[in-house]
Design a protein around this ligand. Structure first.
Ligand code: SF4
Length: 338
């Protein structure tokens, strides 16, 4: 295969840096509970994370990115930001790490900050937009507006970074229409990447108090899956990469101890893609017959059959036999009934 045709594998080395002195109190956030850590990692710990991960990666066919995640990277002082960024520079100069990505708040972006990040090989900036509806942002006590996200997005793109806009669903005052409008706006603002986080009620947060007082009700799992399916379709059509759907177990929220309520599921992405296939196959529930055979792209067969065989079981209510087969000629989520 000619070299230009080889696609390098992409690896992130995630380093979680909670902002211990975050001045905000977003209604849903208890960062220490989510991070599962009480302290900011030391320099030695960050270097160990990088070196241990790099030791497992073949540099010849890999692109490696150091990813600083946490509440608000650019909320650190300029000296602290420089310090964290400089930790990665020897690895970048040695060609082991290609670039840095980080996540931060939309109201902590300025020309000076972007210049600092640019000069330290930051390539991708993810903003915690959460919603582009001002009433939802206010009820969630985010402390910024949709306009802040719009302006920060423009500045990030103008400076040539890759833009990511993360969103949450089911925040106080949110509804499906508002989440869909947020997803559409994320596309319009030029994001190439997103993450979709269903709102969870976490212990020791303002949201938990509202929930216990009967003033807030989280989405149930079916709602969160249905909403996310509608958003995923919007992002896929627009070629916006959905880097994450749901909160990953490694982010520390594992045991029931931290989670009071909300649509958490270890296979959330699988449930969402199962839902997209359920919607596609639902029209065939109007028919009945002996056998139905559904051809799908090879990488979609498990999703088409559905999480725990849900879509197969649905069709078995109308057909005696339900067969799913893979057809390599089919792309994305096309299918054929034969
Ligand atoms: S979500 Fe981010 S900005 Fe809000 S309180 Fe938590 S760490 Fe601070």
């Amino acid at each position: 295969m000619p070299e230009y045709a080889m696609k390098k594998k992409h690896f992130n080395i995630p380093v979680f840096i909670p902002e211990a002195a975050c001045p905000f109190q977003c209604i849903y956030c208890n960062q220490r509970k989510i991070s599962g850590r009480l302290q900011i990692p030391s320099d030695d710990e960050i270097i160990t994370i990088m070196e241990e991960r790099l030791a497992t990666i073949d540099p010849s066919d890999s692109e490696v990115e150091l990813a600083y995640f946490g509440g608000n990277f650019t909320g650190f002082s300029v000296e602290e930001q420089k310090h964290y960024l400089q930790l990665a520079q020897p690895y970048i100069e040695a060609g082991q790490i290609m670039s840095i990505r980080l996540s931060t708040r939309p109201d902590y972006i300025s020309t000076e900050i972007l210049d600092l990040l640019k000069s330290h090989n930051v390539k991708s900036i993810e903003l915690g937009a959460q919603s582009l509806d001002d009433a939802v942002l206010k009820a969630s006590k985010r402390g910024h507006t949709a306009k802040d996200t719009e302006e920060a997005s423009r500045m990030i793109l103008d400076k040539g970074f890759t833009l990511g806009l993360q969103m949450m669903i089911g925040l106080p005052g949110d509804m499906l229409e508002k989440s869909i409008a947020t997803a559409q706006r994320i596309v319009e603002l030029g994001a190439r990447e997103t993450r979709i986080y269903p709102t969870l009620v976490i212990k020791d947060t303002l949201l938990e108090k509202q929930y216990r007082d009967g003033k807030y009700q989280p989405l149930n799992l079916d709602e969160a899956v249905h909403w996310s399916a509608q958003l995923l379709k919007i992002f896929e059509v627009a070629n916006v990469k959905v880097l994450k759907l749901g909160l990953h177990p490694s982010e520390g929220l594992l045991s029931g101890n931290d989670l009071t309520a909300g649509p958490w599921h270890p296979s959330f992405r699988e449930l969402v893609i199962t839902e997209i296939w359920r919607e596609k196959l639902a029209p065939f529930m109007k028919k009945t017959g002996e056998t139905i055979t559904i051809e799908v792209p090879p990488d979609q067969i498990n999703y088409a059959v559905g999480y725990e065989g849900r879509n197969r079981k649905m069709l078995l209510k109308k057909f005696t036999q339900v067969k799913f087969t893979s057809n390599p000629l089919l792309k994305t989520r096309d299918f054929k009934i034969i």
